[in-house]
Write a protein that binds this ligand. Structure first.
Ligand SMILES: C[S@@+](CC[C@H](N)C(=O)[O-])C[C@H]1O[C@@H](n2cnc3c(N)ncnc32)[C@H](O)[C@@H]1O
Length: 224
């Protein structure tokens, strides 16, 4: 299958598959929709125990794609913040890619607890949408895998996240197909570029939840 958010083929295939089989059904079809932050946190709190099994059963590829892409743009000893770390799947992918110093934060305690228990993060903390809990410039690299996304953090999260970087800092993030089809996220990214706050140094569309035919863009931004 060609991975194209322009045609939306991946997403359509996912919904087709969801009607064909329960085993490879699309993940929580109601997930990818805008909702108030309290509801978002409740969704992930409820999902925490089953999240890893649910996404791995559907071939969750974006974390490893992002970690591999990041390797070409920074060094293994750099301090990385896994923003919206969830249960720690992104941190684990960074570890596999050779990164050694990784901190994590998330707004959902139940997800964050799973990440902390992995024992791969230098430190973790509970953040809130209004307070990310770290100083500007504290991290030369931030990743946000599936976080600034439909069904998770709103597009308005992107600008403050970019603002946490010093010049030349990197933000590696992903937009899945539903997010790529939501103009508000595209506009948020375009605004950061057109205002001269970032440049896109890497962008690639590939598998997200591979077994249900959903893709994602992995994007690396450099702070200007
Ligand atoms: C789809 S999960 C991705 C988790 C992890 N990055 C991964 O790839 O498995 C989205 C995560 O974003 C978190 N989240 C939602 N809004 C957030 C915000 N404003 N700030 C930080 N994390 C947020 C949720 O609690 C959830 O853990």
């Amino acid at each position: 299958m060609a991975w194209s958010h322009r045609t939306g083929r991946g997403l359509n295939a996912a919904f087709r598959l969801s009607h064909m089989t329960n085993k490879k059904d699309v993940l929580r079809p109601s997930l990818w929709t805008p909702r108030p932050v309290d509801e978002t946190i409740a969704v992930y709190a409820d999902w925490a125990d089953n999240y890893d099994a649910d996404v791995s059963a559907r071939g969750y590829k974006t974390p490893d794609r992002l970690a591999t892409a990041l390797k070409a743009h920074t060094t293994p000893d750099v301090a990385i913040l896994d923003f919206g770390c969830g249960t720690g799947i992104g941190g684990a992918a960074l570890r596999r890619a050779g990164f050694k110093t990784i901190d994590g934060t998330d707004v959902t305690v139940e997800m964050l607890d799973k990440a902390t228990k992995r024992g791969i993060y230098r430190k973790t903390w509970h953040s809130s949408p209004d307070n990310m809990g770290f100083d500007v410039g504290a991290y030369p690299v931030i990743i946000a895998v599936g976080v600034v996304s439909l069904g998770a953090a709103p597009p308005q999260t992107l600008a403050p996240l970019v603002a946490q970087l010093n010049t030349d800092g990197l933000l590696a993030l992903s937009f899945n197909d539903p997010t790529l089809n939501d103009q508000s996220y595209i506009d948020a990214l375009d605004a950061e570029v057109s205002k001269g706050r970032v440049e896109i140094i890497f962008r690639d569309h590939g598998p997200h939840l591979e077994d249900v035919g959903m893709g994602s863009d992995v994007i690396i931004l450099r702070r200007l």
